[in-house]
Design a protein around this ligand. Structure first.
Ligand code: SAM
Length: 245
């Protein structure tokens, strides 16, 4: 059936492709993908050969218009280099435009590093905030950490190996009491997940520099943030208990 098929692919272990994803890649007319070499390898692993159309962050309006026009008659799969398309990966505008054009769209869920990291971490998972990549620059990184710290939820960030220690040091300084987790190389041979205080994790990764791909998570604060109404109630309580009997 013509339309857009958003296909999640593995984040390391090729065994994590779903049956439905493999079936869709086998049946579709073309695959729009970030890097044709990366998706080409996956297709080869599955014994498939399909036209691969480059669709990455640099795609122009014209590229998108071409893919949208093709989707009127063809089944087009959208895949990224790893994991779930649109999760810190291209596809948002394509999906929006396909929706506006009234095209058939379906999502084929599968691997996602953020969710795999969260489930492994042992951090509270009833409420979580996925906040994408931690910014590179110190000021923006502190702002992102501060924003995340305001929520009573576990915050999930994508991080790169060279920046990990600096980020952990900043977290240790800003949020010294929080539980932090580093999940690395998920689903791969050297998968590792360490949960503890940011200061201890910073010391560990200074001594043994982390390699590979990383999900960095910060647990929620011990108490929920106090809102204005709570402050009023707390003040009233304090005044009541301060009255002489
Ligand atoms: N769309 C992907 C997903 O669903 O997770 C994420 C793509 S984003 C461009 C790539 C980042 O995701 C990496 O820099 C890393 O932070 C994280 N990541 C991807 N694969 C990972 C893995 N196997 N282990 C840990 N983190 C991973």
């Amino acid at each position: 059936r013509p339309g857009l098929y958003i296909v999640a692919t593995p984040i390391g272990n090729l065994g994590d492709i779903t049956l439905r994803a493999a079936e869709t890649l086998a049946r579709c007319d073309a695959v729009a993908c970030e890097d044709t070499r990366v998706t080409g390898k996956l297709m080869k692993h599955l014994g498939l050969s399909k036209p691969l159309w480059r669709y990455d962050d640099h795609a122009s309006e014209a590229d998108r218009a071409r893919i949208l026009a093709a989707m009127q008659e063809k089944a087009v799969a959208l895949a990224s280099d790893a994991g779930t398309p649109l999760v810190s990966d291209p596809g948002y505008r394509l999906v929006r435009d396909a929706r506006t054009a009234g095209l058939a769209i379906t999502a084929l869920p599968g691997a996602c590093a953020a969710i795999a990291g969260l489930t492994l971490s042992g951090l509270p998972n009833d409420r979580f905030l996925f906040a994408g990549f931690l910014p590179n620059k110190d000021k923006a990184r502190r702002e992102a950490l501060n924003d995340a710290a305001q929520m009573s939820a576990t915050a999930i960030f994508y991080e790169t190996a060279p920046r990990l220690v600096k980020s952990l040091e900043t977290i240790a300084e800003m949020l010294p009491d929080r539980e932090v987790s580093v999940a690395r190389e998920l689903t791969k041979l050297h998968e590792e997940c360490r949960t503890g205080r940011a200061e201890d994790l910073a010391a560990h990764y200074s001594a043994c520099p982390a390699k590979g791909e990383i999900v960095l998570m910060i647990g929620p604060g011990a108490a929920a943030p106090v809102g204005d109404q709570d402050i009023d109630a707390l003040l009233a309580d304090a005044l009541r208990s301060a009255k002489p009997s």
